[in-house]
Design a protein around this ligand. Sequence first.
Ligand code: JD8
Length: 249
Amino acid sequence: MKLDIVTIFPQMVSAPLAEGVIGRAITRGVLDVAVHDLREFTTDRHRVVDDVPFGGGPGMVMKPEPFFAAVDRIRRDRGVPAAVVLTTPDGRRFTHREAVRLSELPHVVILCGRYEGVDDRVRQHLATEELSIGDYVLTGGELPALVIADAVARLIPGVVGDEESVARDTFAYGILDFPQYTRPAVFEGHEVPAVLLSGHHAAIARWRRREALARTLEKRPDLLEAAALDPEDRALLSELEELREKGAT
Ligand code: JD8
């Protein structure tokens, strides 16, 4: 997959992407990421990317021309993207489902705004979609672009080593993960659940499933409505719900 990110803070975006599994996927050539400095697409001496808002009001608005010029250059040098994403607080919520959809596209561009936002003509005539990572206010679109890039990239075959673990992930499967433990078996008197040391693979799988369902019921009951549960899960869940009603943990 090709991914292009347009920003006035290219190092803020490229540095995190150079680390970890994403960084390795880029060096291995599984992922083709290009980060573009928006100021390179200005034509004035001072490389100005913002201006005062028409109609007045506080703050500055990002000018449209550099964004259009950046995407023109991307189209010429890297090909026509399948999606041009504008990160904005009023976008559609970015979820795992959106990550899966974007991961199936061959080429995605993400535009990052700053200040009070970007000239609306960028949204109307350049972006093909608008995404928000959540209901809180950030200072710009770079962190959202990184969140989207990370969640999308790890779904691309060959980026994460273990394909099976990606498929089984929390939001892919619709329920939370089971708790994880590693050595030591006893830490400051706190023991690892004995079943995990038993070597009984079927018992371990059962325990993990039960823990995952119990955690989801406790922390995110809203997820259970849409979760892909088999009859055994449903039976376990009713058992857990009953236990809960009786006041047990
Ligand atoms: C892009 C500018 C800041 C936004 C005035 C100062 C996404 N979930 C999210 N929260 N915030 C953003 C986001 C914020 C941005 C920009 C994304 C560009 N700002 C502005 C409007 C109100 N502030 C976001 N995705």
